[in-house]
Every structure is written in structure tokens, then in C-alpha cells.
Write a protein of this length. Structure first.
Length: 382
């Protein structure tokens, strides 16, 4: 019985020694990890820099493998010494080395307490507690009160949008668009054209988006995806432009020749064509003229109710030259117009003198010559 008691006491004694002196043994192994700030509170998106000392209390050189455990999946960290990223560090007896541990708390993170450990393998463990003070988000919001606009092909479409930074840090966003080929999109944050914008945490910036369709666009509905993006977050918005059709017309002659001749005081009829070269129907086509002084221009019909896309209509223009128009070139103009578009034809007229006046001139010249001859013959001998 005494032997059993003695063995039990001996066992308890050795167990006590192990518990009491095991830390000393680790210290005897020589390595401890130390940092003064082991429990701190930070907001989402913060980067925390710890200065960690690796102390060698032993009598031998120690080459210590350093690692970090317990770090959440979406967090990141770096461990550096002497400007280099390291995994191991050697410490001479009685010396200490400084490490820098950087822990990056993500923007999108839940409020709470996070426990991690810096481990010197086979030597020491340094517990670190990080308290995230508030719920974090990683969200950016791109919105517009009106994402759909309608107009013709020569319109400029101006959208008013808002970009809000819901994250806990200042963000710089690149502004990008993917319009149809031949279209142009311009971003104007705070009324100035730019390709990027900086927004403080929790703030909103107004961005005007100017969309210009292609010159050869056809009627239809077109999507214009836009987005604000950086390496942390992206917000997208899809705008829509509905093209009712393009308006265009051409006023010309059947041959395309816009020149003729006319005698002063006379009139000439010319056939003109009004062509609808756009993709929308032209309605209520009216005509006006800009003519030289004392000339007259009349057009029949004076109004065309409509012209379908790709079609044409004929009109007849009657042009009368002024009675006293001197010979030369004149340029009366005729304009066809609708509320959306217009086209002008400038017709060059060469004015000729009337044939009667030519004979009158010849007779005057002949009469003058005859009178001179008569006078010379009658008075020449005296």
C-alpha cells in the first residue's frame, strides 16, 4: 500500500513539474513572440500593421518557421522583415528580430470578433483578436430615374444617373460603356467629361451620360450597357434608346443637273424630285424659295402630305426671270422642308438677251452706219 502511495505521489510530482516548467522549457528553447496590441477594434476595410518581436532567450541560434492561422477566407495578410516577405527567420542567442504583420480586413465583412494566431512552429503562439466595429459592405449602386429614351437618329440622348459608394472607403471608379458600333457615349460627372470618378465613402455623385447614335442607324431599340468599376467592386446599368427613324431628304432634278438657261422676262418650267432618303416617313413637306430681285418662282403642288421612306414625289417649279435681267448667271434657290429636316436645291440660270432685242441692236447699228455714209457722201466733197 505504501509503495502504491509513493508511486502516486511521485507521478503527481513529475506531472506538476511538467506543467510548472513547460513554459520555461519553451523559453529555454529560446523563442517568444511579442506584440503590444493583441486586441484592437477597426472598421471594415481597414489594414492593420503589427510590429512583432521574435526574441531568442536560448543559448543557440534558432531558425523559426512563422505562420498565421485562423484568418478568414476573404481576409489577406503579409509577413515582412527587412523589406522582404518571409516564412522563416533566424535569431541569434540573446537577440531579437522585428517582423511586420499586416492584416487586411475586407470591406464586405460582418460585425464581430475574429481570433487569429501567429505561430512560431515548435516554439510559441501569439493570439491576436480583431474586433470589427460595424457591418461592412462591398456595394456600389448605379441608378437612373429614366433608363429609356425615344427620338430620331439625329437626336442626342442625355441620361441623368447617380453613382453611390456604399463601401467604407473612398473609391475611384472607371466609367465604361459598350454601345452599338458607331455610337458614342460620354460620361460627365459633375458636368465635366471624364472617364473616371472619385467618390468618398457613403457619398453619391451625379453623372450625366450623353449618347449619340450612329449616323447610319436604323429604326429600332438599342441597349447601351454602362458600368462603374474598380478592382474591388462593380456596378452596372443598362440604358435603352429607341430610334423612331432617321429623317433625311434630297431635292434635285430627275437627271441631277441643277443648271439651265433662260431669257430675261421669260419663264421656264423645271421638274424637281423630293426624295425621302431617311428611314422614317416625311409628313407635310412644304416649299419656299430665295430668288434674285424681280424674279418670280412658283411651285406646284406647294405641299406634299407625306412621302414614305425610300420613295419620291415630283413637283414643278416655274421660274420667271426679271424683265430687265442683264445677261449673266443667276442662282435662285428652292427649299423643301418638314419640322424634322430640309433640303435646298440651288439652280444656276444663264440669262440670255431676247432675240428681238438682238435684231433691234443690229438695225440700230446698220442705221448708224448708213447715216454716217450719207453724211460723208453729201458733205465730203465740200
Amino acid at each position: 500500500m505504501k509503495s502504491i502511495k509513493f508511486n502516486l505521489k511521485t507521478l503527481l510530482f513529475f506531472i506538476t513539474l511538467i506543467f510548472l516548467y513547460s513554459p520555461m522549457a519553451l523559453a529555454g528553447n529560446g523563442i517568444t513572440l511579442y506584440t503590444p496590441y493583441t486586441n484592437i477594434s477597426v472598421p471594415p476595410g481597414e489594414s492593420i500593421d503589427y510590429t512583432v518581436q521574435v526574441k531568442n532567450y536560448g543559448s543557440q541560434l534558432r531558425d523559426v518557421e512563422i505562420s498565421l492561422t485562423g484568418l478568414p477566407d476573404d481576409w489577406s495578410s503579409t509577413l515582412k522583415a527587412g523589406g522582404y516577405t518571409i516564412k522563416r527567420i533566424a535569431v541569434l542567442p540573446g537577440e531579437k528580430k522585428d517582423l511586420t504583420l499586416t492584416v487586411n480586413v475586407p470591406l464586405k465583412v460582418e460585425k464581430g470578433t475574429y481570433n487569429i494566431k501567429l505561430v512560431g512552429k515548435n516554439y510559441d503562439v501569439l493570439p491576436i483578436t480583431i474586433n470589427v466595429s460595424e457591418e461592412g459592405t462591398f456595394k456600389t449602386e448605379f441608378t437612373s430615374d429614366q433608363i429609356n429614351m425615344e427620338g430620331h437618329s439625329k437626336s442626342n440622348f442625355n441620361f441623368s444617373t447617380k453613382l453611390k459608394n456604399h463601401t467604407g472607403e473612398k473609391q475611384v471608379y472607371s466609367l465604361l460603356a459598350a454601345p452599338p458600333r458607331g455610337w458614342n457615349v460620354a460620361f460627365k460627372p459633375n458636368a465635366r467629361q471624364a472617364t473616371a470618378v472619385e467618390i468618398a465613402p457613403g457619398k453619391t455623385t451625379n453623372i450625366k451620360v450623353e449618347v449619340t447614335p450612329s449616323a447610319i442607324v436604323k429604326a429600332g431599340s438599342y441597349k447601351i450597357p454602362i458600368k462603374a468599376t474598380n478592382k474591388y467592386t462593380t456596378a452596372e446599368l443598362e440604358l435603352e434608346v429607341v430610334i423612331k427613324g432617321s429623317y433625311d431628304m434630297e431635292l434635285t432634278t430627275p437627271t441631277g443637273l441643277l443648271s439651265s438657261s433662260i431669257t430675261s422676262g421669260r419663264e421656264k418650267k423645271m421638274e424637281l424630285l423630293v426624295r425621302n432618303t431617311g428611314s422614317s416617313e416625311l409628313k407635310n413637306v412644304t416649299f419656299s424659295s430665295n430668288k434674285p430681285k424681280d424674279w418670280e418662282v412658283s411651285i406646284k403642288p406647294d405641299t406634299i402630305p407625306f412621302i414614305k421612306a425610300g420613295s419620291q414625289e415630283k413637283i414643278t417649279a416655274t421660274i420667271k426671270a426679271a424683265d430687265k435681267a442683264v445677261p449673266g448667271d443667276y442662282l435662285p434657290k428652292i427649299t423643301a422642308k418638314t419640322p424634322e429636316v430640309s433640303s435646298t436645291a440651288s439652280i444656276r440660270f444663264l440669262v440670255k438677251t431676247p432675240l428681238l432685242w438682238g435684231w433691234v441692236g443690229i438695225l440700230i447699228i446698220l442705221g448708224t452706219l448708213g447715216a454716217i455714209y450719207y453724211l460723208f457722201k453729201k458733205y465730203g466733197r465740200r
